[in-house]
Write a protein that binds this ligand. Structure first.
Ligand SMILES: Nc1nc2c(c(=O)[nH]1)N[C@@H](CN(C=O)c1ccc(C(=O)N[C@@H](CCC(=O)O)C(=O)O)cc1)CN2
Length: 297
């Protein structure tokens, strides 16, 4: 029987842990604060940011939101980031990705105070992750580690194939999985759209992480018997539903499920973990900046 991981249930447990940390901080007079910055009219990005703000409300984290028009200048964005850097009630700053093409997102991220960089995208935090001493683990990769742990998947000595080399998922999950640490010690191959014989590579893997942003790129014929399949894709496909679309992963679920021992669904798999781990990083950031200890597993 294939185990379909319930990402919402795992995320709820993380949120309970975060809630306890919020209470511990409040007891010492600290209200954790998270600022989201959105410079886009993309409906999916708007949805993610409002989900993040709602999650803050639910847990007693102070949510601050800054919306910039997509036509705003790179300087407007930098001004917003610098203002939030200087606000002591803001412990975490998140710049929703992607930003418009005329803005250098990498440069904007360099202006986020590394202690407030709860996405873990600032070069200092990326460097720490690569060096094996992460401050804030990027949310989606950290969420994947937590899902594997919850499903009792041992990464030690396993062969992992990651499909996708993004800064947000592909590169950081590769770095986490090769670390000498629980949830690491794997042998990792990072593939992408130009990889030769992709299916041959994925078929050899004990764990396949699909994070290419291509709907149903990975099907059952590309999965070895008994492999673990982690689907990071959340693609909106036009459909005659109430919302006008349906969500489809990077994995063709039905055929992959027939081969896999463990698989994540879309929706309800990795997505909810991204938000749970953002809340986790926010209380960690509030703790680091105020010196009030919190107990995060
Ligand atoms: N600054 C960042 N930008 C982006 C990140 C990120 O981690 N930091 N990740 C992605 C999108 N993302 C968060 O921003 C995200 C994606 C999906 C979900 C989620 O909960 N998905 C649900 C379905 C939600 C829906 O109805 O659309 C699910 O999979 O069950 C949360 C966050 C890109 N940008």
């Amino acid at each position: 029987m294939t185990h379909v991981i319930d990402g919402n249930a795992v995320a709820d447990r993380i949120r309970d842990d975060v809630q306890n940390c919020v209470t511990a901080l409040e007891d010492e007079g600290v209200t954790p604060g998270l600022a989201t910055v959105l410079m886009s009219d993309d409906p999916a990005s708007e949805t993610y940011v409002s989900m993040k703000q709602r999650a803050c409300d639910e847990l007693g984290i102070e949510g601050i939101h800054r919306k910039l028009e997509p036509e705003a200048s790179a300087d407007d964005l930098l001004e917003t980031v610098i203002e939030l850097d200087g606000d002591p009630t803001v412990h975490g700053i998140l710049l929703q990705m992607p930003v418009p093409d005329h803005v250098d997102g990498t440069n904007a991220l360099r202006h986020v105070d590394p202690l407030k960089d709860v996405d873990g995208f600032h070069p200092e935090n990326v460097g720490r992750l690569v060096a094996g001493d992460p401050r804030y683990k990027p949310c989606t990769p950290h969420g994947i580690q937590k899902l594997l742990e919850a499903a009792d998947v041992d990464t030690d000595g396993s062969d992992v194939v990651i499909v996708g080399r993004s800064e947000i998922v592909g590169k950081p999950i590769a770095n986490l999985l090769i670390q000498k640490a629980p949830g690491g010690n794997a042998t990792v191959t990072v593939c992408h759209s130009r990889t030769n014989a992709l299916a041959e590579k994925t078929r050899q893997a004990d764990i396949v992480v699909a994070a290419a942003g291509v709907p149903e790129l990975v099907d059952g014929s590309m999965i070895g018997a008994g492999a673990v399949v982690i689907d990071v894709g959340v693609n909106r496909i036009d459909a005659e539903t109430e919302k006008g679309y349906e969500l489809v992963g990077d994995v063709e679920f039905d055929s992959a499920r027939e081969k896999a021992s463990v698989i994540t669904p879309v929706p309800g798999g990795v997505g909810p973990m991204t938000i749970a781990m953002l809340l986790y990083n926010t209380v960690a950031a509030a703790s680091i900046q105020t010196g009030v200890p919190v107990d995060l597993p």
